[in-house]
Ligand binder design. Structure first.
Ligand code: UD1
Length: 341
C-alpha cells in the first residue's frame, strides 16, 4: 500500500518535532513546515538524526501566507494535516492580542481552505486544556463545559476549535480531531530534541532545569495557599513522547476511516494530578541536584487545579500515557545538560 503523507505545520517546534519522529516510526511520510519564529532548526536536525532520515522535506514558511499555503498543498499530495503552527505565550497574547488572533486564526483558516481545495480530508488540531478554564469539577472530560477564555491565547484555541467544528459540519469534505493537551513536559530520551524556550521560560519544567544548570538563580513557586493538598497548583503533566504517540493514533483513526463522528475531541493527559512541589521533589530525586527554589506570590491567571479524564482517548484512540513525571524530568534534565555542553 502506498505510504500516506502527513503535513506537520510547526513541525520544528517542541511538540511538532516529537510528533514527527513518532509519525515516521509509524510508517508515514512527512512534509514539515515551520516559520522558525519561535524556534531554530535544532529539533529538526534531531528529528533527522533520530529517524536516520535525511530526506524529510522542510519548508520555511508561515501559514498566514495564503499563496504559500496553497502552493504547498498543490505541490504535495497531503493525506492529513497536523496543525501546530501557532503562537503560545499567554502573557504576550494579553499584551499583543492582534498578533495572536491574526496569526493563530489566519493560519488555521488558510490550512482549512487549501486542504479542502486539494482533497485533503483529515485535519488534526492542537488544542489545549486551557479551553476548560477553572473547571468546577476535576478531572475534566471532553463534556466538561468550556469556560470563557482568560487570555487571547486561550481564546484562539477556543475559536480555532469552533472554526474546525463549523467547517467540518458545513463543508462535508473535511473531518477533524481536536486534541486537548494538558501540560506537555520532558524531552526525547536521546536528548536530541527538547524544549528551547527563548529568553526567560514561562513554563515550569524549563525553569526548573535552567535553575538547576545555573542559568537562572532561583525557581519561584507561584502560590502556596491554594486549596490543594500542599497549597500549590495541580496539573496533569504529560510526557512529550506519550503526547506525540497520541497524535499517531489520532492520525491513524482519521486516515483509516475509523472516526465515529466527523469532528471529535480527545483529552490528552495522564489522569494523574501533580503539584508544583511534586515536580520539584521528583526533579531533585532523578537529577540528584538540589534545586534552589522559594515560594512567591500567586501568578495572575493561574488555574488552581486541572487534570484530565483521559478515558475517551484510552478507549477510542487505543492510547495511554505510560511515562511517569520522573521519566519526563530525567529526559528534560539530560536535554538541559546536553544544551550546556
Ligand atoms: C500555561 C497556560 C496554558 C498553555 C500552556 C502552554 C496559563 C494560565 N496557562 O499552562 O494555557 O496551554 O502554558 O505551555 O498561563 N510555575 C511556577 N513557577 C514558574 C513557572 C510555573 O510555580 O516559574 C507553576 C505555575 O504556577 C503552574 C505550574 O507551574 O502552577 C505550571 O505552569 P506552566 O508550565 O506555565 O503551565 P500552565 O500555566 O499550566
Amino acid at each position: 500500500m502506498q505510504k500516506k503523507t502527513v503535513l506537520v505545520t510547526g513541525g520544528a517546534g517542541f511538540i511538532g518535532s516529537h510528533v514527527s519522529v513518532e509519525l515516521i516510526n509509524a510508517g508515514y511520510d512527512l512534509v514539515v513546515a515551520d516559520d522558525l519564529s519561535n524556534c531554530d532548526m535544532t529539533n529538526f536536525e534531531g528529528l533527522k538524526q533520530i529517524t536516520g532520515r535525511d530526506d524529510i522535506p522542510f519548508h520555511q514558511m508561515t501559514f498566514c501566507d495564503e499563496a504559500a499555503t496553497e502552493k504547498l498543498f498543490s505541490e504535495n499530495k497531503i493525506d492529513a494535516v497536523i496543525h501546530f503552527a501557532a503562537f503560545k505565550a499567554v502573557g504576550e497574547s494579553c499584551a499583543e492580542p492582534l498578533k495572536y488572533y491574526g496569526n493563530n486564526l489566519k493560519s488555521l483558516i488558510n490550512v482549512l481552505e487549501s486542504a479542502r481545495r486539494h482533497g485533503c480530508r483529515n485535519i488534526l488540531f492542537s488544542s489545549s486544556c486551557t479551553v476548560y478554564g477553572e473547571p468546577e469539577k476535576t478531572p475534566v472530560t471532553e463534556q466538561t463545559p468550556r469556560q470563557p477564555a482568560t487570555s487571547p491565547y486561550g481564546n484562539t484555541k477556543q475559536i480555532s476549535e469552533d472554526i474546525l467544528r463549523d467547517s467540518v459540519k458545513a463543508y462535508g469534505n473535511i473531518r477533524g480531531i481536536a486534541l486537548r493537551y494538558f501540560n506537555p513536559i520532558g524531552a526525547h530520551p536521546t536528548a536530541l530534541m527538547g524544549e528551547l524556550p527563548r529568553g526567560v521560560p514561562n513554563n515550569l519544567v524549563p525553569y526548573i532545569t535552567q535553575t538547576a544548570i545555573g542559568k537562572r538563580e532561583c525557581l519561584s513557586v507561584f502560590g502556596n495557599d491554594y486549596p490543594t493538598p500542599d497549597g500549590t497548583n495541580l496539573r496533569d503533566y504529560i510526557d512529550i513522547v506519550d503526547l506525540a504517540k497520541a497524535h499517531v493514533c489520532a492520525v491513524r483513526r482519521m486516515i483509516d476511516d475509523k472516526m465515529e463522528a466527523d469532528y471529535e475531541i480527545f483529552n490528552v493527559g495522564t489522569g494523574k494530578p501533580a503539584s508544583v512541589l511534586d515536580l520539584v521533589n521528583a526533579f531533585e530525586k532523578v537529577s540528584g541536584e538540589k534545586l534552589n527554589w522559594k515560594f512567591a506570590p500567586r501568578r495572575a491567571g493561574d488555574v488552581i487545579a486541572i487534570w484530565a479524564d483521559p478515558s475517551l482517548a484510552n478507549e477510542k484512540l487505543g492510547w495511554k500515557a505510560g511515562r511517569t513525571i520522573e521519566d519526563s524530568l530525567l529526559a528534560a534534565w539530560n536535554w538541559e545538560k546536553k544544551l550546556a555542553r
